[in-house]
Structure formats: C-alpha cells, structure tokens
Write a protein that binds this ligand. Structure first.
Ligand code: NI
Length: 258
C-alpha cells in the first residue's frame, strides 16, 4: 500500500469534503498519511487530524515563508506541540528564496532553531528548499543533519545537488511534478537516485500529476507518480509502491502494525 509522506489536508481546499475524502483513503490503497504543518495557524489543525484518524500522523514545524510569524514565545509553544505522540518529524522547515515572504536572515534563524528542536526531540526533518540550494545544503551540513535524517521535499534541484543529499543518507520526496512534460531535470534525478532513497508525496492540495495537473490533488493520485517512477527506473509498479513505503516507514520510524 502507498505511503503518502507529505500532505496538507488541513488546507481550506478540503473544507468542503475533508471527512468523506479521509474516510475513504485507506480503502483506496493509502496506508499512511503524514500531514505537514506550514504556517503557525496550521499546527493545531494538523494535530487534530492526527488525533481523529488512526492512519494520519503529523510533522510539526514552520515553513520558511511563515518564518516571520515566529518569536520566542511562539517557538516555545511550537516546541510543546512537537511533543504530540503522533508527531513524527519537524517540518516543513527550510529556506525559500523564490517567494522571499520572510527575509532571509529570519528564515535562517528559525530554520536553525527548528533543527535544534529536532535534535532535542530526536526527530527527523522534512525540508522545504526552493531557489536556495547552496544555503540549505550548508545549513544542513553545519547542523550535522545526516545524524537526524531528512526528506528533501518536492525535490527540484539538479543531479549534482541530489548526489550530495543522497550521500548524506537523505530521501528525496517525489510528487506530481515528475509527470509534467517539462520535468526533464527531475526525471534525470529519479532515474539516477536509488529507489531506496525515494519517497512518494503529493504536497496536496497542490501539484496534482498529469492528467489532473492544475486540479486539486489528493493521495489517490500518487498512483500516477509511482507509475512514472516505475517507467523511469524500469522497476515494476508494485516494487515502487512497496519500496517507497518501506523507506517512509524507516524514515518516520513506523513499524508495520503500529
Ligand atoms: Ni508542503
């Protein structure tokens, strides 16, 4: 069964049919979902979903775009939230120089502090990095993040950068973008990377794969991503689903039947 490593079901795009959709996912081949926090106001909504549904877990953290929402008081609050029994990781955290909605000094400060929090709690990292390859890599290296483990979510850089991350033992999060016609660079990365270091993710409601590009995404569409990986790596579909799920369970430290 499919392991969805990165969803945002707390997003308002699901307000209209969230319960109906989430009740159906396990019958549609989705074994686990990790729902990922982004802004401060998502944290309680994400944890509520983890409380409500057995198969949903959480990653608690503040996205670089929302880094300016953090101060010492809110960080202390976040540190308590991160101790929730179904929180499996600190994320999504990192650097985003594309939108630059929080200034870079602020982004770096809270990225570093949240990596320290992960170390304190013994949790791995879910990393968001956009147009910030070099700074992200250096900060992960300085923080010795190879000891914590990380998924580089929505991997978007070139093959040389992928090699550095793979050498640190990180996983690459692969989603709908892989099915886009113009995803040449990502297709090369997926062909190159060991299947043992790839995980499936939607980033839903965003980034739906072809043939649903531009529509609302959900975890059932991961079948299209797994098919594309299967084609690129010349490995059968069931193996892609099984191995990526094993990778995710190892990363998030979930055992079968837990
Ligand atoms: Ni995301």
């Amino acid at each position: 069964m499919i392991f969805e490593t990165h969803a945002h079901y707390e997003d308002e795009a699901f307000d209209i049919d969230r319960e109906e959709l989430l009740n159906k996912l396990p019958k549609q081949g989705i074994e686990y979902v990790v729902d990922i926090c982004s802004s401060v106001d998502t944290v309680d909504r994400v944890l509520k979903l983890a409380d409500q549904y057995d198969y949903i877990y959480a990653a608690v953290g503040i996205h670089p775009e929302a880094a300016k929402e953090l101060d010492e008081e809110r960080f202390a609050w976040l540190s308590e939230k991160a101790r929730h029994p179904k929180n499996l990781a600190i994320g999504e955290i990192g650097l985003d120089y594309y939108w630059d909605t929080s200034d870079r000094v602020t982004q770096k400060k809270w990225f570093e502090r949240q990596m320290e929090l992960a170390r304190e709690l013994g949790l791995p990292l879910v990393i968001h990095s956009r147009d910030a390859a070099q700074d992200t890599y250096e900060m992960l290296k300085d923080a010795k993040a190879d000891n914590l483990g990380a998924i580089i979510h929505c991997y978007s850089y070139h093959i040389e950068q992928a090699r550095q991350y793979l050498n640190m033992g990180f996983y690459l999060g692969i989603g709908g973008v892989l099915t886009f016609n113009n995803a040449k660079k990502l297709k090369e990365v997926v062909a190159y990377a060991p299947l043992e270091q790839l995980v499936l993710e939607t980033d839903c409601p965003y980034l739906a794969p072809v043939p649903y590009r531009g529509k609302r995404n959900d975890s059932t569409y991961l079948t299209y991503v797994a098919q594309e990986i299967s084609k690129l790596k010349n490995v059968d579909y069931d193996t892609v689903v099984r191995v990526t799920a094993e990778n995710a369970k190892q990363f998030y430290r979930l055992k079968n039947g837990e």
